[in-house]
Design a protein around this ligand. Structure first.
Ligand code: SF4
Length: 72
C-alpha cells in the first residue's frame, strides 16, 4: 500500500502524526503532514484525516521504492 498526503488539502492538524507516527511526520518547511513510510499501511489510515487529505493506494514495487527514496 502507498500512503499519500495531499498538501493542498492538509491543514496540519497532526491527527495522522499522532495516530501513526511511524508513517506520517510534519514537513519542517510547510508545517503540513507527509508520509514517511508505507510500512504496515492499511486502507483505514485515510479515515484518521478529518479533511480527506490522506489516500491509501495499491503501489507497484517500483513506485514504493521511489516514495521511500523521497522520504529518506
Ligand atoms: S490528519 Fe489530515 S489534515 Fe491532519 S495533519 Fe494529517 S493529513 Fe493533515
Amino acid at each position: 500500500m502507498e500512503l499519500k498526503v495531499d498538501e493542498t488539502i492538509c491543514m496540519g492538524c497532526g491527527a495522522c502524526v499522532s495516530a501513526f507516527p511511524e508513517n506520517f511526520d510534519f514537513n519542517g518547511e510547510t508545517g503540513l503532514s507527509h508520509a514517511i513510510s508505507n510500512e504496515n499501511a492499511t486502507p483505514d489510515m485515510a479515515d484518521v484525516c478529518p479533511v480527506g487529505a490522506i489516500t491509501v493506494e495499491e503501489a507497484t514495487p517500483a513506485e514504493t521504492e521511489v516514495e521511500e527514496d523521497m522520504a529518506a
